[in-house]
Design a protein around this ligand. Structure first.
Ligand SMILES: O=C(O)c1cc(C(=O)O)c2c(n1)C(=O)C(=O)c1cc(C(=O)O)[nH]c1-2
Length: 259
């Protein structure tokens, strides 16, 4: 006997692709990290320099693992066209050659904020909660079927709006970060939109049964939790965490007040 009461509107029948899309968008609207208190403070302009540096340094750990998880997804595809399309994501982050690509741009963001690249590259400084969140995402993509892993990337549908808000907030409230440093975010407005649409097309095509559709929705909710947990860890870390709030924030007379 099942405890689940089925109603007419929940017959267990597959949703239409548009209904699936609606449900995916509803998850993002409710759980995407643009609403996290740390992001809200970032956009309001009330983060201290130490907090912003801590975010940049810890978020780098996420950035550098994106091509790793994309390589794990790539290995699940047996279709050359799919691999060709998805491999572009890895090149976006790693660049065609040394000194190019998203990871390099994030390192430059760090430098524009006064963080040495060696400090960003030193994984020993990453906050434990950030490490766990990133491991969680990479392992999810390693272990789950392609549908789940691709659906988890659908947070990118919400990313372009967040990038626009972030660029405006940085320019307005954090002018001490050289504007060159924002190149990463500017690039992601287009890349994130394109990647998100591409992934949505795949999920709509692949998730045919109700079970698959519910898995896709759950994967996106999980990914929202990854991003949320990452910010929880950054938000909850006090002075001295990650080293960044110690040394790199040391410029005198900034009126930072507290870490
Ligand atoms: O700064 C952000 O808020 C943000 C969010 C997300 C996202 O929504 O997953 C990504 C990125 N940035 C990003 O830069 C990025 O390359 C990226 C790749 C992915 C993904 O899951 O494949 N998400 C994101």
């Amino acid at each position: 006997m099942t405890a689940t009461v089925k109603t007419d509107t929940d017959s267990g029948a597959p949703w239409s692709p548009d209904e699936l899309t609606e449900r995916l968008r509803a998850v993002s609207a409710e759980r995407y990290h643009d609403r996290h208190p740390f992001n809200v403070r970032m956009h309001e302009g009330t983060l201290t320099r130490a907090e912003l540096r801590r975010w940049i340094a810890n978020r780098f750990h996420y950035q550098r693992h994106i091509p790793v998880k994309d390589a794990l997804i790539l290995a699940k595809f047996d279709d050359p066209a799919l691999r060709r399309g998805w491999s572009r994501r890895i090149r976006d982050h790693d660049g065609e050659r040394a000194g190019e690509g998203g990871i390099e741009r994030w390192l430059r963001l760090g430098e524009a904020a006064g963080i040495a690249r060696e400090e960003l590259l030193d994984t020993a400084r990453v906050l434990p909660g950030v490490r766990l969140a990133v491991d969680g995402y990479v392992n999810f993509c390693r272990l789950r079927p392609a549908l789940d892993a691709v659906a988890a990337s659908l947070t990118e549908l919400s990313a372009p709006d967040l990038m626009r808000t972030r660029i405006a907030a940085f320019e307005k409230h954090y002018p001490w970060i050289e504007t060159e440093g924002l190149t990463y975010f500017r690039g992601r407005v287009g890349q994130g939109g394109r990647d998100g649409q591409e992934a949505l097309g795949l999920v709509r095509a692949w998730a045919r049964t109700r079970e698959q559709q519910e898995r896709a929705v759950a994967a996106l909710a999980f990914k929202c939790d990854v991003l949320w947990s990452l910010l929880d860890a950054v938000d909850g870390a006090g002075a001295g965490a990650n080293g960044v709030s110690r040394g790199a924030s040391g410029a005198a007379g900034e009126g930072v007040g507290h870490a």
